[in-house]
Ligand binder design. Structure first.
Ligand code: ZN
Length: 453
C-alpha cells in the first residue's frame, strides 16, 4: 500500500495487491524450518522475516522465571527415524518434521512394536495425514505418523523389532522472539502479536506470521498517528515472558490484535477482547465496523479465556484491549494441527484479503479521533462551506457525505469518538472520516480529548 492509500484508508479500499503471492512465497521458504518453542528453527524463521521488516531479535535466557513459569531449555533436533530390521526408514524425520513429537527427548534403542506403540500417534479418521503433537514442559518422546504407516507396522506384528532414533537434546540456551516498534505521532500503541512456534504447518501459523510481517512492512512506509508494536513469539511462554519482562511498556498498549489462521478460505472471525462486556474497547469497535462496512461474510465472537495468546494479554491482571483476528479459528478446520494444513491449504488471495482487512482495521483506529464542534448552537450554515446542497443533493455520494457531515457535527461533543458515531449512525466509517476531514478543514470541528460519557 502506498502512503496515500494509508492516508485515505477508510475512504478508498486499500489493496494488498500482489502481496498475496509474495506472502505465499515467503511461507514456502518458512515452511520446512522446524520451529518449536525455542531453538534454531525459530531463529532462522526470524532471520527470514528480517528481509521483510527490520525485526529486533531478542533472547530470554533459559531458566528465567516469568510469572511462575520458567523459560525452557532449547530443543535441538538433528534427525529421527523408525527403521525396520532391514534398515529401511519407515518413519523419517527428513520427510516431515511433524513426525517427531515436539520437544521429544533423545532416544536410540531397538524395541518391539508392542513397546513402541504407546509412543506412536496417528489419525485413524484421516489415514493419510500426520498429526502434530507437542510435549512442551514434559519428559518423554514420541512419533507422529499417518495411520496407513502405522498399519504397516501393525501388520508386521507385536514382536517385530525396530530401531528407534530421535537425535535430539534439551540444553540451556534462550527463547528467541522478534519485536518491532514503529513509532507514531503519539505513544498510544497498537500491539500486533503472532505465534511462531509451530513447525511445518501453514495456516497455523505461517499465515499469521506473514500477514503480520507484511502489515508491519506497509505500516513502516505510512504516516502514523499511532505507534505499533509487533511481536513474533512462541505461543503461551512467549507472551508470558514478554509481559513479565516489559511491565513498563504495558500502560502504552491501547489496542491489540492477535493474528493467526489467516490463510484459509473461511470467513473472517473476530474474537472480542475481554473488556467488551464492561466498556467498548476501540479495537473491538474498529474491527466490528470494518467487518460491517466490508459487507462480506464474517463472524464476531465474545471473549473466552481459551484460544491463542489473547489468553495472556487478556488475563485479569493485564486485561489489555486485545482481540483476535482469524479466518477459521483454531481447532475448527479438519486440517488443523495435521500435515494437511499445508501450502495448498492456504491461498494467496485469502492471505491478501486478511492483510487488507488488517489494514482497514488499522485505518479505522488511525481515524478514531474525538472532535469538538466549534459551533454547537444550532447547525452552522453548511451551504457556504460547500457541505450542504439542500434538496438539490441528488448525487448519492454528495447526499451520503452530507448526512455524514450532519452526524459528525452533531456528535462531535467530546463524548463520541468517530467510531462511536459510525456505530450510532450506521453510516460507513469511510464517509464519516471524509466528513470529519472536511469539517476540520473549515474549522467547524477540532480534535479534542474525549471526556468520559
Ligand atoms: Zn496451533
Amino acid at each position: 500500500m502506498s502512503t496515500s492509500a494509508m492516508q485515505h484508508q477508510t475512504s478508498d479500499k486499500p489493496a494488498a495487491g500482489g502481496c498475496g503471492e509474495q506472502m505465499h512465497a515467503l511461507m514456502r521458504e518458512l515452511f520446512p524450518l522446524h520451529r518449536s518453542q525455542t531453538g534454531a528453527g525459530v531463529r532462522q524463521s526470524l532471520q527470514l522475516l528480517q528481509r521483510v521488516v527490520p525485526l529486533e531479535v531478542n533472547e530470554v535466557e533459559s531458566g528465567t522465571p516469568v510469572f511462575g513459569w520458567t523459560v525452557p531449555d532449547e530443543w535441538t533436533i538433528r534427525d529421527a527415524w523408525i527403521k525396520d530390521a532391514q534398515g529401511r526408514r519407515l518413519v523419517d524425520y527428513q520427510q516431515s518434521n511433524l513426525h517427531v513429537v515436539g520437544t521429544s527427548q533423545g532416544i536410540r534403542e531397538t524395541m518391539t512394536f508392542a513397546e513402541l506403540r504407546p509412543h506412536l500417534h496417528s489419525l485413524p479418521e484421516h489415514p493419510e495425514w500426520i498429526p502434530y503433537r507437542t510435549n512442551h514442559f514434559q519428559e518423554g518422546w514420541g512419533f507422529c505418523l499417518s495411520d496407513s504407516q502405522l498399519d504397516q507396522l501393525r501388520q508386521a506384528g507385536p514382536d517385530a523389532e525396530y530401531e528407534v532414533c530421535i537425535d535430539a537434546e534439551m540444553q540451556p540456551g534462550s527463547l528467541s522472539y522478534g519485536e518491532l516498534l514503529l513509532p507514531g505521532e503519539t505513544d498510544e500503541q497498537v500491539l500486533v502479536s503472532t505465534h511462531i512456534c509451530h513447525p511445518s504447518l501453514a495456516n497455523d501459523n505461517l499465515s499469521g506470521i506473514v500477514v503480520a510481517a507484511y502489515l508491519a512492512a506497509q505500516l513502516q512506509q505510512a504516516p502514523r498517528r499511532l505507534s505499533y508494536r509487533f511481536l513474533f513469539l512462541p505461543a503461551t511462554i512467549g507472551p508470558i515472558a514478554w509481559l513479565a519482562l516489559n511491565r513498563d511498556v504495558i500502560p502504552h498498549i491501547h489496542h491489540g490484535l492477535v493474528l493467526a489462521c489467516l490463510g484459509d478460505s473461511g470467513p473472517v472471525t473476530y474474537k472480542r477482547s475481554r473488556r467488551s462486556r464492561q466498556s467498548r474497547a476501540a479495537v473491538d469497535q474498529a474491527v466490528e465496523l470494518v467487518l460491517r462496512d466490508r459487507g462480506t461474510p464474517h463472524e464476531i465472537r465474545e471473549f473466552s479465556p481459551t484460544g491463542y495468546d489473547e489468553r495472556q494479554y487478556c488475563s485479569p491482571g493485564f486485561d489489555l484491549p486485545v482481540g483476535r483476528l482469524t479466518r477459521t479459528p483454531n481447532g475448527e478446520f479438519a486440517e488443523y494441527h495435521t500435515s494437511a494444513d499445508n501450502l495448498e491449504f492456504v491461498q494467496p488471495e485469502c492471505l491478501a484479503d486478511s492483510l487488507d482487512c488488517c489494514l482497514e482495521i488499522i485505518g479505522a483506529l488511525e481515524a478514531n479521533v474525538t472532535y469538538q464542534n466549534t459551533h454547537p448552537w444550532c447547525e452552522p450554515p453548511l451551504g457556504s462551506a460547500g457541505l450542504y446542497d439542500g434538496y438539490g443533493a441528488c448525487d448519492p455520494k454528495r447526499a451520503a457525505l452530507q448526512e455524514a457531515v450532519q452526524w459528525v457535527l452533531n456528535f462531535s461533543d467530546r463524548r463520541h469518538s468517530l467510531l462511536d458515531i459510525a456505530q450510532r449512525s450506521s453510516l460507513p466509517l469511510a464517509d464519516l472520516h471524509e466528513a470529519a476531514k472536511r469539517l476540520v478543514a473549515c474549522e467547524l470541528i477540532q480534535q479534542s480529548d474525549q471526556i468520559q460519557p
